[in-house]
Ligand binder design. Structure first.
Ligand SMILES: *Cc1c(COP(=O)(O)O)cnc(C)c1O
Length: 365
């Protein structure tokens, strides 16, 4: 089986984790600070505050902006459920805007259609590592006087117009085990806003400014030094990881260019795609055909997968939810029935790529 994700820690990571273990300082400390400096450099921001996962990072970012009950947050319905869960967790209302066909990210024109006087933020997701249209989204958010909260969980090192994602307002990254950079469970909030960074620092540590100086109702969102040590050595390799993934994606795009009824993931010009997933669309039919293609690929030993098979709110647990504003999102709806992803990670070799191309061509024709 060629898996869709490979976690292969190297000697440098092992040495740094061992160093932390031997130091006895396992909880949040100096290694977490080092991780934060790496994150700030990655996002091109002045502040980076580490937390224990990407979901708590989103919740902390919304809380830092004072977003809660009565406030609306515009986002995409074509995302992982953490995006929606975070909005609902702070008591806010999720409002969906449709996505674009090329970048599969929330569409700026549709955001404008759903703005109300209760809108407090827009939360674009840089899905699969392809950045959203941050130039337009940033501009319309500034005009409307609302915040931008980027869900960059899948987009370490992605860029728009030469600017790193993570720096267009308040942003969050995940370091879950399967992301492009990982530490098992981990997250970070990046921003140039000193007040937001300060709020998240206090919030994550039980609301304490200093020892037993309770300043707000807090939580324990701390990352551990052990987890930080797994992540820290990877930042120096981020460009190499992205280049290897991009080379695999270019190889696949060339190999599938002649196939009918399949749309290859072409990066939008001016944006740096970091290829968290390589995602094709089967356009000639419904989800039934796509599911058969994925089953055939799995049968042939290719770890293809579907991210995501339904819109995020199309589950019984969200039926009739009073704080989800539903409206037709036809592009997102069709996309969820058409997409499937192939392994694109940096550990693929030439034989893996050839096996993936052959099996995919057979499955699609
Ligand atoms: C992974 C992911 C998250 C959540 O991150 P965790 O670290 O797993 O909590 C949020 N949004 C998106 C789009 C993700 O892919």
């Amino acid at each position: 089986m060629i898996p869709i994700t490979v976690v292969r820690p190297d000697a440098e990571q092992e040495a740094l984790v061992t160093e932390v273990l031997r130091s006895g300082a396992l909880a949040q400390g100096a290694m977490v600070e080092r991780f934060e400096r790496c994150c700030a450099t990655m996002a091109g921001t002045t502040h980076a505050v580490a937390v224990n996962n990407g979901t708590t990072a989103l919740i902390a970012a919304l809380r830092a902006l004072g977003i809660g009950p009565g406030d609306e947050v515009i986002t995409t319905p074509f995302t992982f459920v953490a995006t929606l869960n975070a909005i609902l967790a702070v008591g806010a209302t999720a409002v969906f805007a449709d996505i674009g066909t090329q970048d599969m990210n929330v569409d700026a024109d549709d955001i404008e259609r759903v703005l109300t006087e209760r809108t407090r933020a827009v939360m674009p997701v840089h899905l699969y590592g392809q950045p959203a249209d941050m130039e337009r989204i940033g501009g319309l958010a500034a005009n409307a006087g609302i915040a931008v909260v980027e869900d960059a969980a899948q987009a370490h090192g992605a860029e728009v117009g030469g600017r790193r994602v993570g720096g267009f307002g308040v942003a969050t990254f995940s370091f879950y085990a399967t992301k492009n950079l990982y530490c098992g469970e981990g997250g970070v909030v990046t921003t140039d806003d000193a007040d937001v960074a300060d709020y998240v620092r206090v919030l994550r540590n039980q609301g304490m400014r200093g020892r037993y100086e309770y300043e707000l109702q807090g939580e324990n969102l701390r990352l551990t030094n052990v987890a930080a040590a797994i992540a820290v050595p990877q930042f120096a390799r981020l460009d190499a990881i992205v280049e290897a993934r991009a080379a695999n994606a270019a190889h696949f795009n060339a190999a599938f260019a002649d196939l009918p009824d399949v749309v290859c993931p072409v990066p939008v010009s001016g944006r740096r795609h970091v290829w968290h997933q390589y995602t094709l669309r089967v356009t000639d039919a419904s989800g039934g055909r796509r599911d058969a293609v994925v089953a055939a690929l799995n049968e042939a030993g290719i770890g293809a997968g579907v991210y995501y098979p339904r819109l995020v709110d199309e589950y019984a647990c969200f039926d009739g939810h009073p704080r989800i504003v539903r409206r037709p999102c036809p592009v997102a709806k069709a996309t969820a029935e058409q997409v499937f992803s192939l392994p694109v990670h940096q550990y693929l070799d030439a034989a893996d790529r050839a096996a993936i191309v052959d099996a995919t061509r057979v499955a699609l024709t």
